[in-house]
Design a protein around this ligand. Structure first.
Ligand code: GLG
Length: 829
């Protein structure tokens, strides 16, 4: 339908090709057009960055085309849609992933080479989109890609932060944070939808109004801000379906404070207006903790309100009333951050759609599902009642009403058990009254998912025990997964080609279970040779990066031992460092003969510490001082080299993971809800050294105990070990390495005192001392396996072969079938 009758449609079709063409000449023409007209450079003179921009725009054209087709198809079919709400998405780079998923990687590479450019070189020009902190945020990105690939009708919603996660700079071994103003050079991967805007209200008062003899609440806001949509297309692999991640940016509202202009305070009024934009300006850099700042709450509500308006607008475009809402809408809350969505949907249905409490509540109970990513009560969002009441007065009323009904019902079910009632109430009493967003989410969601089997057990027996006992049917888990498109096809092209060759098909890229077929060749010597070659190529790539970054030359014969993730006490990077000191100490005390038997290692650590997290920052500094000492010790040479990779992010991970021989996952058992980097390492045939925590337990089942180096206390042993306090026996080697730090062997004696105090004398909450001996043993076992090349290669093949379960395709399919009730809706072009 083109509005002006058929003639116009025909004219348009006559003017343009139905689809963009992907032959080399058409691609070159497109790229050059973008050089000239988008980048505004002469097509006779442009550099790599400009070429990248033009290339990105040519790819974007193809994304837009498919996305339009997908939209039209979805509108026609009107399927139930999934709305995935998350405050964090760690997308990384888009170019390589897009061309692979569009199936035009080789065509673009050919077209570019004829123009004198290399695809790989241009791809390196792209910066990362770091709109998230760590695992949770990257998981959202992987899941969006799987949703597209599996043809599910889904939309992601989030915030378009102007400053992504800080850039980590290391000066003298200390972490410094620099702002990541990532939009400086524009972002070709987003489409600004300046006509899709919604007004978001804050502050103000609630009044009563009567309409047709019914009483309604009316919220008169004190501040209004505009939300503008920025769409980021996400193409599926092996399908035309392209879905969208819609990120909201805050802009000043025109309705804002007209008064100020009229009173002549023009300059002040404009400056004030500008402040509205700060809502979407910055991503909070704290992993697993909630700051409770007003701006953070504003961010949450801003993104929630805009998304809900968008969802309801889309629904109303196709439906006359709300009867079908639960059959057409599934809302996924990614952690507690978007929980306000519940109160917002209630508010809209009550105050704007006038459905009445019972009908609104009935709808709300059918549409929400909630996934929690934590095991720790401290990570659950709590909002002080005073703050919520001032910023969102109507929402506080609604939450109180939901809570009143809930507690009244609960009393009927469990009696007057006041302790339990207090624990389960949405309102936390105390010196500061708080709203517990997790309780709100559990009460109003039909399903509460954990992110691994162990995590779900811990939710049921600890964190949400009271709720589990009340509603066992609500509690489920979907073990996390990662997308093999990014984590093998994009990041490890040589392995990708090798797997396809041996399986005789590329079908595993969509159907990961086929990887299991590699098991048949686990002892095949020809595959072994090729497998080792692939690892070598990736190690060379990583070694070159290390040298370019730090000047350090590392030996390719050494075991590349990698420990990359956010720096946290529970993730125990400190245990790794203590293990390294122990190794160093042992080598120092060996005679020449024994030194010859040492397996050379390159120990690589990377990861950011939250800016206010003192202890994590000390751990980073400790690694650097230890590295300084060891790397400059002539006795040691290539036997042990330490490398810190600064500013670890998605694109760096794509380089590091394929080049790793061994990777470490050391969380104290019971602290890592799932862990997802381990899945990426596993897919790339990297062996794991790990505790029995999070999803590792399920990995053991898939690859077998013999193919992983396990150590440390199991979850059920942890409480008893903690209870022992100072009486806990720790090995002498442990005491010795801690003493070396304490006594200033690596310098900075005073600075590390508090760190040493934290792991000695009964203060060792994360049980480094208790797990030390078994950690050292597991490391020795890894050394032993590494020198037996044949065994190591077989283990490596079996790791990749057994990694199929950890694809986000599997996770998403489970969510779609069991939690969201959505069906694939494949665009049929
Ligand atoms: C969390 C958890 C991880 C988990 C990830 C994705 O700490 O264990 O793998 O979410 O579910 N904050 C996180 O990154």
């Amino acid at each position: 339908e083109f509005g002006e009758g058929k003639g116009k449609a025909e004219r348009i079709f006559g003017l343009m090709d139905v689809f963009l063409k992907n032959d080399p000449i058409s691609l070159q023409k497109d790229i050059l057009d973008h050089v000239e007209f988008t980048v505004a450079k002469s097509r006779f003179s442009f550099d790599d960055f400009e070429a990248y921009q033009a290339l990105a725009h040519s790819v974007r054209d193809r994304l837009i085309e498919r996305w339009h087709d997908t939209q039209i198809h979805f509108s026609k079919k009107d399927p139930k849609r999934l709305y995935f709400l998350s405050l964090e998405f760690l997308m990384g780079r888009s170019l390589s992933n897009s061309v692979i998923n569009l199936g035009v990687r080789d065509q673009f590479a050919d077209a570019l080479s004829q123009l004198g450019f290399e695809f790989e070189v241009l791809a390196e020009q792209e910066g990362d989109a770091c709109l998230g902190n760590g695992g949770l945020a990257r998981l959202s990105a992987c899941q969006m890609e799987s949703l597209a690939t599996l043809d599910y009708p889904a939309i992601g919603y989030g915030l378009r932060y102007q400053y992504g996660l800080f850039r980590q700079v290391i000066l003298d071994g200390f972490q410094h944070e620099q702002p990541d103003y990532w939009l400086n050079f524009g972002n070709p991967w987003e489409i600004a939808r300046i006509h899709i805007t919604y007004t978001v209200k804050f502050y103000g008062t609630v009044t009563d109004e009567v309409l047709n003899k019914e009483k309604y609440k009316v919220w008169v806001p004190g501040e209004m801000v505009e939300a503008v949509a920025y769409d980021n297309p996400i193409p599926g692999y092996g399908t035309r379906n392209t879905i969208v991640l819609r990120l909201w940016a805050a802009k000043p509202s025109d309705q804002h404070n007209m008064e100020a202009y009229n009173t002549g305070d023009y300059v002040d009024a404009v400056v004030n207006r500008q402040r509205a934009e700060s809502i979407s300006s910055i991503l909070y850099p704290d992993d697993r903790s909630y700051q409770g700042k007003e701006l953070q709450l504003k961010q949450q509500y801003f993104f929630v309100s805009a998304s809900v308006q968008d969802i309801i607008r889309r629904f109303k475009d196709a439906h006359k009333n709300f009867d079908e809402f639960p059959e057409k809408v599934a809302l996924q809350l990614n952690d507690t951050h978007p929980s306000l969505t519940i109160a917002e949907v209630m508010r809209v249905l009550l105050d704007e759609e006038h459905l009445g409490w019972n009908r609104a509540w009935d709808i709300v109970c059918k549409i929400f599902s909630f996934t929690t990513h934590t095991v720790s009560p401290d990570s659950l969002v709590k909002i002080p009642v005073d703050l919520l009441g001032s910023l969102l007065p109507r929402h506080l009323q609604i939450i109180y009403d939901i809570n009143f009904n809930f507690v009244e019902n609960l009393k009927k079910m469990i009696g007057l058990d006041y302790d339990r009632l207090a624990r389960m109430s949405i309102v936390e009493e105390g010196a500061v009254k708080n709203i517990r967003m997790a309780n709100l989410a559990i009460i109003c969601s039909h399903t509460v998912n954990g992110v691994s089997r162990l995590h779900s057990e811990l939710l049921k027996t600890k964190l949400f025990k009271d709720f589990y006992e009340l509603w066992p049917h609500k509690f489920h888990y979907k073990t996390n997964g990662v997308t093999q498109r990014r984590w093998i096809v994009v990041s490890n092209p040589s392995l990708c080609a090798l797997i396809s060759k041996w399986l005789g098909t590329e079908a595993w890229i969509r159907d990961i279970d086929l990887l299991i077929g590699l098991r048949d060749y686990a002892t095949n010597s020809e595959l072994h040779q090729e497998w080792k070659m692939v690892k070598k190529v990736n190690k060379i790539r990583l070694a070159e990066y290390i040298e370019a970054m730090s000047g350090l030359k590392v030996s390719l014969d050494a075991m590349f031992d990698v420990h990359t993730k956010r720096v946290h006490e529970y993730k125990r990077q400190l245990l790794n460092i203590l293990g390294i000191i122990h190794r160093y100490d042992c080598i120092k005390n060996m005679n020449k003969n024994d030194r010859r038997k040492v397996v050379p290692r390159v120990c690589i650590i990377g990861g950011k510490a939250a800016p206010g997290y003192e202890m994590a920052k000390k751990i980073i500094k400790l690694f650097h001082v230890v590295a300084e000492k060891i790397n400059n010790d002539n006795d040691i040479g290539d036997l042990l080299k330490l490398v810190f990779i600064p500013d670890y992010n998605v694109s760096v991970a794509e380089l590091v993971i394929p080049g790793a021989d061994l990777s470490q996952h050391l969380s104290t058992a019971g602290h890592e809800a799932s862990g997802t980097s381990s899945m990426k390492f596993l897919m790339n045939g990297c062996l794991l050294l790990a505790t029995e925590d999070g999803s590792t337990i399920e990995m053991i089942e898939e690859i077998g105990r013999d193919n992983i180096f396990l150590f440390g206390a199991a979850v059920h042993e942890v409480p008893a070990l903690r209870k022992k306090g100072p009486a806990l026996k720790v090995p002498l080697q442990f005491l010795r390495v801690v003493r070396m730090i304490r006594e200033g062997h690596f310098g900075f004696k005073d600075y590390f005192k508090s760190l040493c105090d934290k792991i000695e004398g009964g203060n060792d909450y994360f049980l480094l001392g208790a797990d030390f001996a078994s950690y050292i043993e597991a490391q020795a076992a890894a050394d032993k396996a590494f020198v037996d090349e044949e065994r190591w290669t077989k283990m490596s093949i079996l790791c990749a072969a057994g990694s199929g379960k950890f694809s986000s395709d599997r996770t998403i399919q489970e969510y779609a079938e069991k939690t969201w009730g959505i069906q694939p809706c494949r665009c049929a072009f």
